[in-house]
Design a binder for this molecule. Structure first.
Ligand SMILES: CC(C)(COP(=O)(O)OP(=O)(O)OC[C@H]1O[C@@H](n2cnc3c(N)ncnc32)[C@H](O)[C@@H]1OP(=O)(O)O)[C@@H](O)C(=O)NCCC(=O)NCCS
Length: 163
């Protein structure tokens, strides 16, 4: 008889130091100008730095597999903070399975808990996967920053209005 493979669940939780190497690997495979490792270190302990981890359901003790992450924070704004999604990526082999949606949903909830219902982000013009994901969560194009990225590509600034 063949053994049944363990069922896996996806958990979204705050990032820890042990996650950083895998986060950095995914970053390098996802962006032409990846953040340096130290940038992620700097966000450790902040509530909007979350990772998605697959865990085997029959063993809660073994470390799981990191499949994606989001880095988001809030910016003070005359007593009404604005949320900022700074970085989000899913491992290339794991895309299209709802992981990005889960990460963004939790990241937005964290910012909302910190008083930031209004959220902004920058996205590379032409990054249709990301733009489509953001639209699903109520983001719309606010303005364009010409040549924002090092290779001269424009950034679209997208905003999700607060209530
Ligand atoms: C953007 C990204 C995080 C999405 O993660 P993901 O886990 O693949 O996305 P999901 O499976 O949760 O999909 C959620 C929605 O995103 C959009 N989307 C995802 N992949 C897409 C694709 N290849 N083409 C068009 N839309 C896509 C769809 O709207 C999708 O909703 P649907 O399933 O109802 O169609 C992922 O593609 C990624 O890591 N890209 C590289 C890094 C990056 O560009 N990050 C954004 C920086 S601004």
């Amino acid at each position: 008889m063949t053994a049944t493979p363990p069922r896996r669940t996806l958990v979204v939780r705050e990032a820890t130091r042990a996650d950083l190497l895998e986060v950095f690997r995914i970053e390098k495979r996802s962006f032409p100008q990846p953040w340096p490792y130290g940038a992620f270190e700097g966000f450790l302990g902040t509530p909007g730095f979350l990772v998605a981890e697959y865990r085997d359901e029959d063993d809660g003790t073994e470390p799981g597999t990191i499949t994606g992450y989001i880095v988001a924070d809030t910016v003070p704004n005359h007593g009404s903070p604005i949320g900022h999604v700074k970085d989000i990526a899913v491992h290339p082999d794991q895309r299209g399975r709802g992981i990005g949606r889960r990460l963004l949903e939790r990241g937005l909830a964290v910012m909302d808990d910190h008083g930031a219902a209004r959220v902004k982000l920058e996205v590379r013009e032409g990054n249709e996967a990301a733009i489509s994901l953001y639209r699903q969560f109520g983001f719309s194009h606010h303005h364009t920053v010409p040549g924002y990225y090092d290779d001269g590509t424009n950034a679209l600034v997208m905003v999700r209005p607060g209530d």
